[in-house]
Structure formats: structure tokens, C-alpha cells
Design a protein around this ligand. Structure first.
Ligand code: PLP
Length: 413
């Protein structure tokens, strides 16, 4: 008899974006004339920049020629891209990495989900709350998260570190319990908030002192505008001994449909056996990748390389500026109307407190029926997201401005 991995059955089967789509659909069916505008979308909308598409065209032509054909590439990624990453994303920040500390991936979702294979099933995990659902769900699937409480809100073996307006969205370092592995994501999805170097240093020091591993998701680092906000955890001394970092070209350069990113596993990083022997994680991750991953496509890696050319850099920046203009006007308008809003300065997300203690889903429906605008209920990202909604800056200027005008009109009623 084949037995199923029953940990999968613990996952609540309601999926946030499916629930939203269902509710929007009900509205559309009952209000066929209404035009619904979405500020809830989590995907980018602007096309790839010319530097990238030109590089892809060239790579396609190579692949169609005898001399330029590429079959299986290195599981760790091509050196041309790994070198471009070293030279552009790290050296200018004073971070020295070895090329074999960089693993090219097919997007950060896969690796942020897969990385937990490196650690024993009985490690405790800590997450900031609200949070990108992949971190917890990937631990649930393997049995590490424990059981879901009766209100279906918290997992028994997960330590939740609330990020709310009350603490300025600065998570409190766990004091009463030991946490073996901590997931951090900055700039943050969903709250759009960032971490200062000083705060991040506290986490690194905690990790070094308590033998805690940090999984650091830097998927939105390209959106950072302020000079003193860290783009990488390795800007903090000692992080090489305690942190793995994930990058993605999805939000940086519109690669959500192209698929490419990278993961840094420093050679100084170790975890212990039960006997106390320290095992380096870099060779383990390499072994894992060689067994389960056959590399990101050559065409995608050439596309990513093009982002680091002078034209590529300029074009990618222009698109990021486009989205950040949306974020700016959203922040300004919502604030002027009188809402309490956060994020949006170094990230493409606005995190808004619902007025009058309204629940996330309740406000979602009010906004949908009152202004025909879609947002994302904050509680979908974790218990501390209750009473908030997320707006994204990934729409067009036109849609964003139109949606804001509608929200203003609706609130003035
Ligand atoms: C979008 C996103 C990613 C990147 O996903 P890809 O698989 O690279 O497309 C990673 N982490 C967070 C928090 C994200 O929002």
C-alpha cells in the first residue's frame, strides 16, 4: 500500500488569491456593468526591457546553431552570470564572495521552499508575521511546522514575531524561547517595510550567539531608495557564518515569466550534527542541487546577464521608477484621504490599516462593492495581518490613478 505524506493534509486548502478571485467573480456576475480595478495583483505588468529581450533573441539564435547549442548547463549556473552577480551586486557594497557560493536558481520561490531540506525535521522555525506563505507551507509539507491550532491561525512549532503598527513593524527578537531557523524578508512582502543596518545587525548577532540559521529573502532589494538600507545581509559583519540569502530577477526586472534568480550559501556557514560536529552547508546544497536540479535555462541566464550591462541597468531602473511612482502617489493619496499607511518608500507594497477596527476581509468587500477596487486582505499573510490590507504598485499609472480617485470619492461619501 502506498501511504501518502499526511503532512500535506494539514495545509488549509483555501488559497488566498483563489479566495479573492472567487469573491471578485461573484461581484462581477452580480454587477455586470461595473469595471473592477485591481490594486491587489502580485505580478509585475511592465514588459521586459530591450537589453533583456535582445540578449534572449541572441541566445535563441545560438541555441539553433551547431556551434552555439547549449544542452545541460552547470547545475550551479553559468560562470558568465555568476561573475556578473559578484561584480555588480556584491563587490560595490564591499562584499567578497567566491563564485561557488552563488547558485543560480529558477526563481526565489523554489529555493526559499527547498532550502529547508538542509536542516533536520525537528528544528524550530521563526517567522515575522505577516509573511510570504512559502516559508511556512514548505515546512508544513515536511512535518516541521507541527499542527495548526483550532482557530486555524498558528502552527505549534512555528514562532511568530508580530510586525504591526504598534511596534513600528520591527520584529522583536525571540526572548523566551530558542529558535533554530529564522526567515526574514526585507524589503518586506506584504508590509513594504524595510530593516535598518542597525536592526539587521541585532539579528545577525542573535544568530551568531544562539547558533541560529537565518534564511534572508532579498527579492525586493532593487526597490530600495534610501542609501542606508542594506541590500544584502552580508553587509553585516558575521552574516557569512549564519545566513543564506535569496535573490530574484522577478521583481527586479520583470522575470516572473522568464524564471531566474540566485541563492548565496557562504562556505563559512555550518550547522551541527546531534554529536556536535559542524557541517558546512555549501557542499550540501551543491549536492542537493546536482541531484534534484538541472540548471536554469541558458536563455534565461543570458537574459539575466543583460541586466548588468549599462543599458540593462538603466532600463531596469526606469521600470522600477515607474512602479515606485505608483507607490508614491498611492501613499500620498491614501494618507491625504486619512488612512494610516505604511511601506511604499523602499518597496512596491503599501500596507494600510483598515479604518475603525474593520476586519481585513470585511474591508476588502467594502472596497470592492463601494469603489470596485480590489486589494489583498492582510490576514491572508498571517494572524498579525488582521486589520490591514495590501495594495501593490505593480499596476499601470492609469489604473492606479483611476483606482485612487474612486477610493477618494467612495470615502468622501
Ligand atoms: C515574488 C517573491 C519572490 C520571488 O519569486 P520568484 O520565484 O523569484 O518569482 C520571493 N520572495 C518573495 C517574498 C516574493 O514576494
Amino acid at each position: 500500500m502506498s501511504l501518502v505524506n499526511e503532512h500535506f493534509l494539514k495545509l488549509p486548502n483555501n488559497y488566498l488569491f483563489a479566495d479573492i478571485a472567487k469573491k471578485v467573480n461573484v461581484f462581477k456576475v452580480t454587477h455586470p456593468k461595473a469595471e473592477v480595478l485591481s490594486l491587489g495583483i502580485g505580478d509585475v505588468t511592465q514588459p521586459l526591457c530591450p537589453a533583456v529581450t535582445e540578449a534572449m533573441h541572441r541566445a535563441v539564435d545560438e541555441m539553433g546553431s551547431m556551434a552555439g547549442f547549449h544542452g545541460y548547463g552547470p547545475e550551479q549556473g553559468y560562470d558568465f552570470l555568476r561573475e556578473a552577480i559578484l561584480k555588480n551586486d556584491f563587490l560595490p557594497r564591499g562584499i567578497h564572495l567566491d563564485i561557488d557560493e552563488i547558485f543560480i536558481n529558477d526563481g526565489a520561490k523554489s529555493d526559499t521552499g527547498n532550502i529547508q531540506e538542509l536542516i533536520r525535521w525537528d528544528n524550530s522555525i521563526g517567522v515575522t508575521d505577516p509573511i510570504y506563505p512559502v516559508y511556512i507551507d514548505s515546512n508544513v509539507m515536511i512535518g516541521r511546522a507541527g499542527t495548526l491550532d483550532s482557530q486555524q491561525k498558528r502552527w505549534s512549532n512555528v514562532v511568530y514575531m508580530p510586525c504591526t503598527a504598534e511596534n513600528g513593524f520591527v520584529p522583536q527578537i525571540p526572548k523566551d524561547c530558542h529558535v533554530d531557523v529564522i526567515y526574514l524578508c526585507y524589503p518586506n512582502n506584504p508590509t513594504g517595510t524595510v530593516i535598518t543596518k542597525q536592526e539587521l545587525r541585532k539579528w545577525v548577532n542573535y544568530a551568531l550567539k544562539n547558533d541560529t540559521l537565518i534564511f534572508y529573502d532579498a527579492a525586493y532589494q532593487a526597490y530600495i531608495q534610501d542609501d542606508d538600507i542594506p541590500h544584502s545581509i552580508y553587509e553585516i559583519r558575521g552574516a557569512r557564518k549564519c545566513a543564506i540569502e535569496f535573490h530574484s530577477y522577478s521583481k527586479t526586472a520583470g522575470f516572473t515569466g522568464v524564471r531566474c534568480g540566485y541563492t548565496i550559501v557562504p562556505k563559512d556557514l555550518t550547522a551541527a550534527t546531534l554529536e556536535g560536529e559542524r557541517i558546512p552547508l555549501n557542499p550540501l546544497w551543491n549536492r542537493r542541487q546536482c541531484t534534484k536540479f538541472n540548471g536554469t535555462s541558458y536563455i534565461s541566464q543570458r537574459a539575466a546577464e543583460a541586466i548588468y550591462t549599462p543599458e540593462g541597468k538603466e532600463q531596469v531602473k526606469a521600470t522600477i521608477n515607474y512602479y515606485m511612482q505608483n507607490a508614491h502617489i498611492m501613499l500620498e493619496t491614501l494618507q491625504r484621504i486619512g488612512f494610516e499607511v505604511y511601506g511604499g518608500k523602499n518597496a512596491p507594497y503599501i500596507w494600510m490599516k483598515t479604518p475603525n477596527g474593520c476586519g481585513s476581509w470585511q474591508f476588502f468587500e467594502q472596497l470592492l462593492y463601494g469603489a470596485n477596487v480590489v486589494c489583498t486582505p492582510g490576514v491572508g499573510f498571517g494572524p498579525s495581518g488582521e486589520g490591514y490590507v495590501r495594495f501593490t504598485a505593480f499596476g499601470s499609472h492609469e489604473t492606479t490613478e483611476k483606482a485612487l480617485r474612486r477610493i477618494e470619492k467612495w470615502t468622501n461619501k
